[in-house]
Write a protein of this length. Structure first.
Length: 198
């Protein structure tokens, strides 16, 4: 499956190969440590005084004060068939944390009634993590530019077969997954999946 694609099979379920290939995508953003510049107070020079160093300019804020890169996608999302392009009959996507990883599970029913479950579990660190349940791809890597937008790359046997983006709306109620991938038969497919937060 993929961490952010619309219909797994990807996410459009027109053909079995396409269906599995169309899942892709998820989100993350890199956090940059920050700190305040604090000037050293001026003190009269004394032979016995101890020189104090100013606080580090790269001190990180406590974890509780840093944004959680996964918080916006956690929960269950339902595919909005009317707003999606070449969608399956239905698709439910669930994001949950399992230890340090984000787990994405796609339950898809194509127009022929065939059900597919695709699972991906990993981090938004740009590294490949295995995809289970898809005949079109077996690994996915995700990075994020901010809390709302993520980019993903999907692979099959070590070869890149697709890529795309996953974007969360400003109000956090809509998830849009788009991208392009190549089916096992060599056909290029563009997809767009729009999900509503349940």
């Amino acid at each position: 499956m993929s961490c952010g694609s619309p219909m797994p099979r990807g996410e459009q379920i027109a053909k079995p190969a396409e269906r599995e290939t169309r899942l892709a995508g998820s989100l993350l953003w890199s956090l940059t440590p920050g700190g305040d510049h604090v000037q050293r107070p001026r003190t009269p020079p004394r032979a016995s005084s101890v020189v104090r160093q100013p606080p580090s300019l790269t001190t990180q804020a406590p974890p509780s004060q840093r944004a959680d890169p996964y918080r916006l996608v956690l929960g269950t999302w339902e595919l909005n068939v009317a707003k999606s392009v070449d969608p399956p009959k239905s698709q439910t996507r669930t994001y949950e944390m399992t230890g340090p990883n984000l787990k994405l599970t796609d339950h898809i029913v194509d127009t022929d009634g065939h059900e597919t479950v695709v699972v991906w579990s990993g981090r938004y660190d740009g590294k490949d993590y295995p995809v289970i349940g898809s005949a079109a791809f077996d690994a996915q890597a995700i990075t994020a530019s901010d809390a709302y937008r993520a980019a993903y790359t999907i692979k099959k046997a070590g070869k890149v077969v697709g890529h795309g983006t996953r974007v969360v709306s400003p109000d956090g109620k809509m998830l849009t997954v788009s991208g392009k991938f190549t089916t096992p038969e060599g056909q290029d497919v563009n997809f767009l999946g729009v999900f509503d937060k349940r």
